[in-house]
Write a protein that binds this ligand. Sequence first.
Ligand code: HEC
Length: 161
Amino acid sequence: MTIRNLARYCRRGALLAGTALLLGACAPSSDELAEGQEPYLRFCASCHGNDGGGKAPAFPPIAGSEWLELGPDAIALVVLGGMSGEIEVAGRTYRGYMPPMRQLSDDDIAGLLGYIGREWASWERLPDSARVAELRPLTDDSRATAGREGLEALLEQVPAP
Ligand code: HEC
């Protein structure tokens, strides 16, 4: 590894450590957290914000996103399958990349979806971990889901709840 590369890796490491510290410092203490807020803060907030407001132009909002109208299964599929390509969210265009997050447990995904549902959506039904386990195989290939069309194609394969 050249010195230049090394410096770049170190900078990135310092940045990551800084972000982790910041997140730790900003997260409310655990006894004040709502149900499912802990996995939301841990796995989503670094990009989508503690308040779900996103960080334009890179990261779209979850709070106020019309994508929530697709329902909880759709959002579970976004978490499991990630997202890539150009998309529209709340009147803005994003061309970002969200990595698939299949490393999260079914429980954590069900938990954070419950939090999103209660805070920012009006879903009749919240998915439980068994439902997340059922959806998981739909996103088994390693590429991120291609935009809204990719997600809608996945939704057509979703088993009846
Ligand atoms: C590393 C950053 C990152 C993390 C962490 C992340 N996302 Fe995303 N997310 C993105 C980006 C970038 C997009 C838009 C991708 C695109 O432009 O194609 C996106 C898109 C979305 C969308 C669809 C558009 C919208 O805003 O409604 C949803 C829903 C979503 N993410 C939910 C989540 C949830 C829930 C989590 C936590 C499990 C999460 N994301 C974690 C970066 C991230």
